[in-house]
Design a protein around this ligand. Structure first.
Ligand code: GUN
Ligand code: ZN
Length: 432
């Protein structure tokens, strides 16, 4: 067996959910800590000097004052939108039509799909993102490209073929039958292979006929260990459109629920403008909600009710929603989540933000037993944060009196310069 690796630095891990327990109980911080990695897994977390003495054969990487945490988990992205991120000035539906759909059309070409998959995984790793749940395009080739690129890196990812059989241009529509068949073939090829898992992916109810939603609901019932990801209640005009398309539905969620697309392994992106019935159903079923703050402000969608939903018992994770979101960075995403919550008079604590970007997102993906924390037995996906990465941040963090004051400026002002290293499956990601 190869020698273990011992990373030294400050360490931050969660023992409990900081939304539910006092900080001192929820968080474990070692000022001079260590993380021992053996064969791709975290085997010990503790005092650095003690670990060093106990494992003299370990290869040591000393990060000094930097902060070692779980790698970031991005619970909702569209890797095919990498090339059109930050496109100016549209609301959801015309943004989809003018930027997104023409770009997604290009993924019929497997060479282009492979190029963007590689570019996206490099960019996200530079931002410390080690796992993501990505939408692909309607083309099975786009899924193959993404899973192949992730597999080659030993990376844990969730992905699925986006299904659309209406309200999308020619060349970007499948059918109820082909969506079912292609998704099933992809599940059988990729789901559970190495660190890859499949999410059945109807884009959102406006782009699927009832027949397609029904077919995908039936597929989920046949493959219940898969995740299911979709969009829910992002913009008011989108919700009005859903009402017009599904006049018999009780609400937006019902357009999924009536076709078997509501479940605990369901991941519902945005979830901003929810009706009381929708909230109750989502909570009772234990579904995952994904907050995509830079997208919600960029496309002008609305203010996610973090406090109301957490207090109501929902599972919530954080995501970039690249390229509706305007950044690949989970630091920028945490900053915007903080600002959105401020507008709802709920100041999120740095520990809560970090939890949402790691453990919370991992829980939404049902991957909390594999990733999302620094804990023995979990896979060694880590990010190392430089808490003084720019003069602007350094002059503030050097006055800090505790970890949170030292970390918060990086959450608010940090970018890829704050990411000192990213480790994926126990291996240092070199394309920094
Ligand atoms: N709703 C349906 N598709 C999309 C998408 O690609 N991005 C966002 N932000 N919302 C969507
Ligand atoms: Zn999205």
């Amino acid at each position: 067996m190869p020698a273990p690796t011992l990373l030294l630095g400050q360490t931050l891990s969660f023992v409990k959910n900081p939304f539910a327990a006092p900080l001192e109980e929820a968080v474990r911080h070692h000022r001079h800590g260590g993380v021992l990695i053996t064969a791709g897994k975290i085997t010990e977390v503790g005092d650095g000097a003690t670990l060093k003495a106990a494992h003299p054969q370990a290869e040591v990487v000393n990060y000094g004052d930097k902060l070692i945490c779980a790698g970031f988990v991005d619970a909702h992205v569209h890797y095919p939108q990498t090339g059109i991120i930050a496109s100016w000035g549209k609301r959801l539906i015309d943004w989809l039509n003018s930027y997104t759909f023409p770009e997604e059309m290009r993924f019929e070409d497997p060479v282009y799909a492979a190029e963007v998959a590689t570019r996206y995984l490099d960019l996200s790793a530079r931002h410390g993102v080690t796992t993501m749940a990505s939408y692909c395009t309607i083309h099975p080739e786009s899924v193959t490209a993404f899973f192949s690129a992730a597999q080659a890196r030993g990376q844990r990812v969730v992905a699925g073929k986006t299904c659309m059989d209406r309200n999308a241009p020619e060349g970007l529509r499948d059918s109820a039958q082909s969506a079912y068949d292609d998704s099933k073939t992809l599940i059988d090829r990729w789901h559970g292979v190495d660190r890859l898992s499949y999410a059945i992916t109807p884009r959102f109810s406006p782009t699927s006929t009832p027949a397609q939603l029904e077919a995908l609901g039936a597929l989920w019932a046949e493959r219940p260990d898969c995740l299911m990801q979709t969009h829910l209640s992002e913009q008011l005009d989108e919700i009005a459109w859903v009402k017009a398309l599904f006049p018999q539905a009780r609400d937006y969620l019902d357009t999924y629920e009536q076709f078997g697309l509501l479940g605990a392994r369901g991941i519902y992106g945005h979830a901003i403008h929810l009706e009381p019935r929708e909230k109750d159903r989502l909570r009772d079923i234990g579904a995952g909600l994904v907050h995509c703050p830079t997208s919600n402000t960029f496309i002008g969608s609305g203010l996610f009710d973090m406090k109301g939903l957490i207090d109501n018992g929902h599972r919530v994770g954080l995501a970039t929603d690249t390229g509706g979101g305007s950044s690949f960075s989970m630091l920028r995403t945490m900053a915007t989540a903080y600002e959105v919550a401020q507008l709802r008079h709920h100041p999120l604590h740095a520990a809560e933000l970090m939890w949402l970007a790691t453990q919370g997102a991992a829980q939404v993906l049902h991957l909390q037993d594999q990733i999302g924390n620094l804990a023995p037995g979990l896979e060694a996906d880590l990010v190392v944060l430089n808490l003084a990465s720019t003069p602007d941040i350094a002059q503030r963090s050097k006055r800090a009196e505790d970890l949170w004051e030292a970390l918060f400026p990086t959450l608010m002002m940090g970018d890829d310069r704050a990411i000192a290293a990213t480790w994926i499956g126990g291996r240092h990601h070199d394309a920094q």
